[in-house]
Design a protein around this ligand. Structure first.
Ligand SMILES: [Zn+2]
Length: 420
């Protein structure tokens, strides 16, 4: 901690001279009382930063915003968030930051047992999405053959994975399942393919026990969960060989776990707040991620001493459906649905019908399903969450197969009546 605080103080010193975003943000603070930051308690005196602030800043100061410590010509890597819930955030990286991210990937590869003999297939049209773009670069740097899966549909990707003898697949969890379904429908055997490692990033799914189990079963491979944000300037965490939750990257980040309501420290479960002590170029200081975790208490058998989560990200802070006064975490829904082997894909719609809130599940299922799946599912949901739902069976074409991240919740309650 001492070393990280030292680096943080150095970072803040530079940032207060050159970074307009933090100069403005901290201008009303009595920094003389806070600096130097020599303890976690002192750190807590700095205000949180959140994504909304960066998005607003970029709107006010287009196109790149003011969280840039150096002049624009130092930044060479363009990224942006997928913007699934809000406006996309643009994030530029210097070569320094980029090399740090590549270094983090390589540490993970070492832990996962990935070597230069591996062949990685990146199953995504990733464009400015930092996760897969940096995985690609890091794997090449390791000496792997890397196959970009851009500009291909799902069936072409599966055929290429098999034909080109890929041993590592990089994809989102939902897309790994989607590929498996399409392979089965086309009688392509992926379970006995060369794929032995699946690297999962971009979604919460890899931390959902039944989703991960299903992916490992259908692919006959080991699944590793990676945790990072476009704006984190480094990999925030990755799973070790135990594969039961990721370790935080405490060589680079100061990690705080807080109660999302009060902002006070929480010892076991809460929202992840990150401070990257190396990211001078575009700092994230006490940055609220919105991601909820529970920490493991026992030291990990792998030997890594850094804090470790139980099952990875439990949920995003806002990933809760509130219906008829009942709060249901999406994690629990995903876990329940994935325990039904017949279910391939799902989507949940919430709407109002004559002022009553209704929940509708649209699901696609395996070809040889049993007719009673609707009743079985209804019963399980009623038992788990004490709510009644409508269930519709949909064809595979109902769910778009090429999307990087699947939109599973469609809340129509705030829309003008008559839309449903
Ligand atoms: Zn471990």
């Amino acid at each position: 901690m001492k070393d990280r605080l030292k680096r943080l103080n150095k970072l803040i010193k530079i940032v207060l001279k050159q970074n307009k975003f933090y100069i403005e943000k901290y201008k009303k603070l009595n920094l003389a009382k806070i600096l130097p930051i020599n303890s976690p308690e002192k750190l807590q005196k700095l205000p949180f930063t959140n994504k909304e602030e960066f998005v607003t800043d970029q709107e006010k100061h287009p196109p790149y915003g003011t969280n840039l410590t150096f002049s624009l010509d130092n930044y060479v890597h363009y990224h942006q968030t997928s913007g699934s819930l809000q406006k996309p955030l643009v994030w530029l990286n210097t070569d320094n930051a980029w090399n740090r991210i590549i270094g983090d990937w390589k540490s993970f590869f070492k832990e996962a047992g990935l070597t230069k003999r591996d062949i990685m297939f990146v199953a995504s049209s990733y464009g400015p999405f930092i996760g897969f773009r940096s995985a690609h670069a890091a794997a090449e740097d390791t000496g792997c053959l890397v196959i970009p899966g851009t500009l291909q549909n799902s069936l072409q990707r599966i055929k290429n994975i098999l034909k080109l003898k890929a041993t590592v697949l990089a994809s989102t969890p939902s897309y790994a399942l989607k590929l498996a379904n399409i392979a089965r429908d086309n009688n392509l055997d992926i379970r006995n393919s060369d794929v032995r490692i699946i690297i999962q990033t971009g979604e919460v799914g890899a931390g959902v026990v039944s989703t991960k189990k299903k992916i490992e079963e259908v692919w006959g491979a080991k699944c590793f969960d990676i945790y990072g944000l476009t704006e984190s300037g480094g990999m925030v965490g990755y799973e070790c060989r135990m594969r039961d939750g990721f370790h935080f990257n405490e060589g680079q980040f100061i990690i705080e776990i807080i109660d999302p309501e009060t902002g006070k420290p929480s010892s076991e479960e809460g929202e992840v707040v990150i401070t990257n002590v190396n990211s001078i170029d575009n700092p994230v200081i006490r940055y609220r991620t919105g991601d909820m975790v529970r920490l493991q208490k026992k030291p990990c058998k792998c030997g890594i001493k850094y804090k470790k989560t139980l099952r990875g990200i439990l949920r995003r802070k806002d990933d809760v459906i509130t219906i008829r006064g009942v709060n249901i975490p999406l994690y629990d829904i995903e876990n329940l649905l994935r325990s039904f082997n017949e279910i391939k894909e799902y989507e949940i719609k919430i709407y109002k019908k004559q002022e009553l809130e209704e929940l509708e599940f649209n699901i696609s299922i395996e070809k040889n399903y049993k007719e009673d799946i609707k009743e079985k599912l209804k019963h399980s949901i009623k038992e788990a969450f004490n709510i009644r739902v409508n269930i519709n069976l949909k064809g595979d074409d109902y769910f778009p197969s090429e999307k990087l991240k699947v939109k599973r919740i469609i809340d129509l309650r705030k829309q003008v009546p008559g839309n449903i």
